[in-house]
Design a protein around this ligand. Structure first.
Ligand code: ZN
Length: 46
């Protein structure tokens, strides 16, 4: 599940909230960026 983050207030917005209007539901900012889940890859040294 992808989440968006507001550049103005920094709050995380769920995708369902953006489907209606592409703007921050908290401050009304339209500047959002897609937040990628932090995936830590562990490399095994052979
Ligand atoms: Zn905001």
């Amino acid at each position: 599940m992808s989440e968006y983050k507001c550049l103005n207030c920094g709050r995380v917005i769920e995708k369902e909230d953006i489907l209606r209007r592409v703007r921050c539901v908290y401050c009304g900012s339209k500047i959002l960026f897609k937040e990628k889940p932090t995936i830590v890859k562990k490399l095994k040294a052979r």
